[in-house]
Design a protein around this ligand. Structure first.
Ligand SMILES: Nc1ncnc2c1ncn2[C@@H]1O[C@H](COP(=O)(O)OP(=O)(O)OP(=O)(O)O)[C@@H](O)[C@H]1O
Length: 390
């Protein structure tokens, strides 16, 4: 049975250092929630507090509405998968996977390798455990590896064993701390899909920690962005990308990074409409995604788009897309654009100079404190879905 997890203003201090500050999060039963944020922001600390491996300084952890703060880790009904896999090196894969069930179902005596087999009444339990190990091993496709020791496995296979050992406990909640970070890029992509499929099959609650935004965006039902020990926004992947509430979220989510310029710079750009001119009179950070930039070799047409004459400083080919690193001729602002390679091929930029255009509706604004500011009254983009090249 999957369970909801509520974190209520969790604080953690080490002496004078505050690692978590009022971290609050509501994870729904069966949800795939990812905590993402830069190194050192407190993700692992928060996960360890949920697991009961670390006590919080204040705040409460609830599962299905009931506080679990008084429970030791093994009574929380939570399984944790670590980046390091944490397998027992002297045990076979089968023994590693079976350990949680043996601890739960067999007495201390019965768990002793030689003596245990002689005790009456244990054979049936042992058979059940073996069957369960086989079932779970098949689920993560390690059936043929059950007799091997961890040292004889690849990184990806070790990670599957660690997953199997978590699954066999049938916990209410799975916690995963950067489980893919020791794998090479190719295997990470495969395992990403496998963990997502596993989540669907199990229907369990997953709380997953990563510093990799692609992992967060592709796997999760919702993503909680952590910075400086607190959760600054929790939303669907699309919600974070399209409607970041904080400039730090806008910058963290999306690759290449979102463009950010000062409002007085944008106010000096050609075009736009009167409403935009009014809005830009305040000191704001103005941000726009690289794919919102449209490129044309011709000079600006008369629309309410913003137009910038730019010099191409550098290009990077990403296969389907091309990144263009542009410098605005008038004010030296740097702008990154991302366009399909086919459009780039058609783009004729004499002397490396072209016009970049932006629709006011594609601009996001953030106040001096970094919080999102609405830009009301800007017309919805009328040209979405058209080619990026004019
Ligand atoms: N025992 C400790 N004593 C003092 N500070 C600690 C201790 N454990 C962790 N910290 C600090 O708490 C902060 C958060 O650490 P944590 O491991 O939770 O970060 P993280 O977001 O998981 O980072 P990473 O992605 O690098 O694993 C870090 O600045 C770390 O140095």
């Amino acid at each position: 049975m999957s369970a909801g997890v509520e974190l209520d203003r969790i604080e953690k201090t080490y002496g004078a250092t505050t690692t978590l500050r009022a971290a609050t999060l509501d994870v729904k039963p069966g949800e795939f929630m990812t905590l993402v944020g830069p190194s050192g922001c407190g993700k692992s600390t928060l996960l360890r507090i949920i697991a009961g491996l670390l006590p919080q300084t204040s705040g409460e952890v609830h599962i299905d509405g009931a506080s679990i703060d008084h429970l030791p880790p093994r009574e929380r009904d939570i399984a944790m998968v670590f980046q390091s896999y944490a397998l027992y090196p002297h045990m076979s894969v089968a023994e590693n996977v079976a350990t949680p069930l043996k601890v739960r179902r067999l007495s201390r005596m019965a768990r002793l390798p030689a003596l245990g087999r002689l005790l009456p009444g244990q054979a049936r339990t042992r058979r059940e455990i073996t069957d369960e190990v086989r079932r779970v091993a098949d689920l993560v496709e390690i059936g043929p590896l059950l007799e091997r020791k961890p040292a004889a496995l690849s990184g990806g296979q070790r990670q599957r064993v660690a997953l199997a050992r978590a699954i066999i406990r049938d916990p209410r909640v799975f916690l995963m701390d950067e489980p893919l970070s020791n794998l090479d890029a190719r295997l990470r992509v495969t395992m990403r899909a496998e963990i997502t499929a596993l989540h669907r099959r199990l229907g369990a609650t997953f709380i997953y920690v990563t510093h990799d935004q692609t992992e967060a965006m592709t796997m999760s039902s919702r993503v909680a962005v952590m910075m400086d020990g607190t959760i600054i926004q929790c939303s669907t992947p699309q919600g974070l990308y399209e409607a970041p509430e904080d400039l730090r979220v806008a910058r963290f989510i999306g690759s290449p990074e979102i463009n950010v310029v000062a409002s007085d710079t944008v106010a000096g750009w050609e075009g736009g409409n009167t409403r935009l001119g009014q809005l830009l009179q305040r000191p704001l950070h103005i941000a726009f995604r690289p794919e919102a930039v449209r490129l044309s070799a011709e000079s600006a047409a008369q629309t309410d788009m913003l137009h910038l004459s730019c010099h191409i400083e550098r290009t990077e080919r990403l296969g389907h897309d091309v990144l263009l690193f542009l410098r605005v001729l008038a004010d030296g602002a740097g702008v990154t654009a991302r366009i399909p390679a086919a459009d780039f091929a058609r783009l004729d930029a004499p002397g490396g100079v072209l016009t970049a255009s932006l629709h006011p509706a594609d601009l996001l604004a953030f106040g001096p404190d970094g919080k999102r500011v609405a830009l009301p009254g800007l017309a919805a983009a009328t040209n979405r879905g058209l080619s990026h090249v004019g």
